[in-house]
Design a protein around this ligand. Sequence first.
Ligand SMILES: C[S@@+](CC[C@H](N)C(=O)[O-])C[C@H]1O[C@@H](n2cnc3c(N)ncnc32)[C@H](O)[C@@H]1O
Length: 292
Amino acid sequence: MTRFDILLKGKLTPTERKKLRTSLDILGEIAIVEIPRELSKRSSVIGTAILKANPQLRAVFKKATPVRGEFRIRGLKRIAGKGGTLITYRENTCAFKFDIAKVFFTPRMSSERLRVARQIKNGEIVVDMFAGVGPFAILIAKTQPHVGMIHVIDSNPEAIKYLLESASMNKISHKISAYIGDSRAVIEAYLIGIADRIIMNLPLTEEQFFPSALKTIKKSGILHFYTFAKTEKEVQSKIRRSLQKRAIFKILKIRKVRQYAPRIWNFVADIRIERKLNKSRQAASRPGHIRS
Ligand SMILES: C[S@@+](CC[C@H](N)C(=O)[O-])C[C@H]1O[C@@H](n2cnc3c(N)ncnc32)[C@H](O)[C@@H]1O
């Protein structure tokens, strides 16, 4: 029996305990927990037990809404402890500071971020199209000091504000060039044809961003594409649908990064863009176009 179970003994019935998943996201000094609706009235008892079982924590929050909206933010409600949602968090030798109620962040991709950072070559120019608080960008800049430059884009001004603060805390600001806005507009205005590598981490609406990814890439390059899907085959068909008329490409690898929902996975595909197809060829291969 865990310390958590001992603390909950007599406070939850065995049936209630079974309904409670114990997977916690620990982010620095706070924990975020999912409490099923049926146990809502027990939130404070559960939060207090988590706090006592993890003395390094200052507060426990429960998930109050799903991740939602353009900025992918989740509503949170404090159920035990004190203080707010501004935290400092360490991951893979990097320090981050952000308010988790104002930005997207998941600690469940830390090993994926390391995997990508390890692929960076000297002098590479990276474009992170949906950078959030910069967990990819800051790790790359810190662990690959010979990277050329990392251009980070996010439409949430709070995310870019915290990203720049963390870049300064990690002493890698000189490697980061930041933009607030829709990545399509930012690329069009500032970043055409400059990238060796692109990180596209906006699962759900990602397919509409492929044309911009191709605009920012040099003649060739690598794309890390994140998506939600049930199977690897589904990922392959999303990629084919989005890319086959626009580029010659090779899917190097597809892997599951984490579970997103029952039977749905967050996948990543590493794709090598070998050559972009020129506009006339793209138009000619568009369905419905008749060559004269
Ligand atoms: C799933 S989060 C990924 C954040 C970061 N890459 C990470 O791993 O933590 C997606 C991010 O894209 C941003 N976003 C959503 N739509 C966008 C758009 N059209 N252009 C730029 N950023 C956008 C959101 O604000 C959010 O921070």
